[in-house]
Structure formats: structure tokens, C-alpha cells
Design a protein. Sequence first.
Length: 354
Amino acid sequence: MESVRPQRLQPGIGFGIGHGTGTLRSPLRPGVTVPTAPPPPPPPLSAGLSGSSGPPPPPPPLQLHSLGLGAAGVAGTGVGSTGNPAVLKEAVEAVVRSFAKHTQGYGRVNVVEALQEFWQMKQSRGADLKNGALVVYEMVPSSSPPYVCYVSLPGGSCFGSFQFCPTKAEARRSAAKIALMNSVFNEHPSRRITDQFIEKSVCDALASFNGNREEADNPSTGIGAFRFMLESNKGKSMLEFQELMTVFQLLHWNGSLKAMRERQCSRQEVLAHYSLRALDDDMRTQMAADWVSREQAARGAVSRELAAAERELEEARLAGRELRFHKEKKDLLMLAMGGQLGSSSSSSTLPSHH
């Protein structure tokens, strides 16, 4: 499929962005969510995917209707999301103490070291960590408290400090705590996608949208695509599944899925292609270039979207949620803003796709 119509399966919408060079990413690689419940059933397919001339407006609020996949299941809430900061703090501390008791004995635990050791242990036991077992921290630049820190796990998940942190060291520990809790919970057998889990999820989807069994067996329907995604990820953990779903979430937010439909890509083609492709710098470049083009068509589009993305990121961080989608959005928009503001003409300074 890739060799036949590769240009139709590119994430960028493409508006003639010029050639250039640029730096894409900080060392942080944000990641995936650990939903507290099975992904919800997909909404009905949306209509109105007709083509239009010129750069499209910024896409609507996230709904993965282009693939028939539930937005809430993709966004997830994270194991730590309780809505109550005190309850969240207590839950995190309990998990950290329990982990320390079973791995390091009693006494005060260095949660930063514990998190790193957890992932090294997973790798030594055969976990497929393509980028190694290193846990990466990123401090948000600030000259005064509260300090904020993000942590990227080897599998791609991103979490952040969820408390008021008067020091940088405390912010690092806070991020490590919520990441360790999610890492530990993700190892539980109930977090694996099994035949029973798939069947229940599909039945829930059919019941929610008054679908019939034939729809679930047809990958061209929304519920069928939902089943296809689950079947393709059988045996994986919720955290691993979420990593894949975040890619589709970003593609929809950027308008790329809609553009691929307009290029006559089938839902099966898109699912199969991006199920095997990780989010990379090339994909980020193309999505950022699309936002540069939107900015050129409607001045202020990027800054407005960036402000909304920053608010969402802050709310999710304080709630202890997984942050990859929000963090990736912010980084993409920052890249787009840099490309736009760094250009004195209509040409972008972003790298072109080859």
C-alpha cells in the first residue's frame, strides 16, 4: 500500500510550504495514557468530508469520527485522575510506598531512582523498549516557584508534577511519583487487551449506537474499525494501546485524517498504515507546517490554539493525567509559531517533507 499511494497517506495537509531547515524537538518524548476503564465505543461516522479550496480553518474540537474511534477513550484520564488533589496525592504516595516495600524494603524511597529501576527491570525481563530504558525529565524554565517538571517514559508516556513544587527537585519527584504509579498499574493483568476485553468493548459499542453485529465485522464501519484496532493490539497493555491512539488523536486534531479521506484513502488503509508507524519528527514537521499555513491564512490562528493547548495541558497535569497529546500539541504549535515568526515572507522556515 505504501509503495502504491504513499503521498495519500501523509499526515500533512500540504499547502505548498517552502523548503528550509529547523529543529524539531526537545529531548522529551511525551507519551501515552493509561485509561481507568475500557475505551468507550466509537461515535457514529460523521458526514461532510467534502473537499474545499485553500487552507482549511483550524479543525473542530477533538472527535475521532473520521475513523469512528471514541475521543474519550483516546484522550484517557490516567490512573491518577481523581478530581481531588488530596485523594490523588494519597493514592500516589500509597503506590510508591507499596512499590518500595516490595523492591527496596522499608524506609524512605528515592522515587526518581525507583522509576528508573522499574523500567530497567522491565527491559531486563524482555520488554521490547525500542529506545532503551532511559527515563527523561524536562524542567519548564522558571526563575521562581512553582516549578514544573515533565517525565517521559521509555514507552512514550508523559506525566508531569501534579503538586505545588517550591523547588526543582520536588517537581522532579512529583513527576516521578505519578509516572511510577501509572507504570506499576499498567503491569496488572487487567490492563491487557484480551479476547474478552475486545468482545465486551465491541458489545458496548453496538449497544451505545444501536448497531448490529454485521457492523462489528465490517472494518469499513466505525465500529468495525474500532474492533480492528483492538484486534491489532491484542496482548498489549492499555498504555501501549494508548500510545498508538494518541497518534490518531493528533492526526485528527491537525485535520490530517479528513485530508486523507478527501484523497480517497479508505479507513482500513489509514488504520493499517499508522498502526505500524510511530509519531516521528517528519510527521511533526508536516503537522506544524499545516499550522503555519493556517496562520498565513488567518493571522492569530496559531496563538489562539496555543493558548487553548496550554490551558488543557495545565489542567491535565494538575489532575495527574497522562499528558502526551496535550504536550505534543503544544510543542507542534510552538514549532509552527517559530516557523511563522522566523520568516519575513510567506515561505515557512520549516523543513519540507521528502
